[in-house]
Design a protein around this ligand. Structure first.
Ligand SMILES: [Zn+2]
Length: 195
């Protein structure tokens, strides 16, 4: 991954090996864009409408020095989301969830709503976790539960609307219960809300 915005994608062949350099913004790309990149690696002459649209949509962030909306930050003060994500992905999804994960921004402009603990955007294939959870008093199993919940959305292809729990099918709710600490996590959240 690079910060090189003059060459967003570069592909080099070395005999049987291929090396690919991609601009960092592609960490937020959805599956259509990723597929097209794969196609492009195989055939540089293929048409790339998704890639072109994606770059166009994100060009504002590219021009800015700090692309606030797209920055990926997994290391919190107490919790590292990438480790949590990896282990849940392996344990419950056979490693097949491909979403990016990040702590949400603390600045008011990009802030997630107060009671929104996590969200998933299918457009950017990104899970955001509210940074209010990044503290000692929040048990690890609860963060894992929120991450697991959003990964279910990523896996099932459903978007969270303002993070409210409105898009939960029967199947979703059933799968949610597979989480090892489900009862404990739900009870902990209830206790927190009361305070
Ligand atoms: Zn949800």
């Amino acid at each position: 991954m690079t910060d090189n915005s003059t060459s967003m994608i570069s592909v080099k062949m070395h005999g049987k090996n291929v090396s690919v350099r991609l601009h960092r913004i592609f960490l937020n790309a959805g599956v259509d864009v990723i597929r097209e990149i794969a196609e492009f690696i195989k055939n540089k002459r293929c048409r790339t409408p998704f890639i072109r649209d994606f770059i166009k949509q994100n060009s504002e962030c590219l021009r800015r020095r700090q692309p606030a909306k797209l920055s990926i930050n997994t290391k919190g003060k107490y919790y590292d989301l990438s480790g949590i994500y990896e282990s849940i992905n392996n344990k419950y999804f056979n490693g097949k969830v491909s979403a990016a994960i990040t702590w949400g921004a603390k600045s008011p402009r990009c802030a997630v709503r107060k009671r929104t603990l996590g969200s998933y955007s299918s457009h950017t294939n990104t899970i955001r976790i509210n940074p209010i959870l990044d503290k000692k008093s929040v048990p690890r199993y609860f963060i894992e539960f929120i991450v697991y919940h959003e990964m279910l959305h990523a896996d099932m292809g459903t978007e969270t609307k303002n993070g409210r729990r409105s898009v939960h099918s029967k199947e979703f709710k059933m799968r949610e219960r597979f989480f090892k600490d489900y009862e404990r996590a739900v009870a902990w959240e209830k206790g927190e809300m009361r305070d």
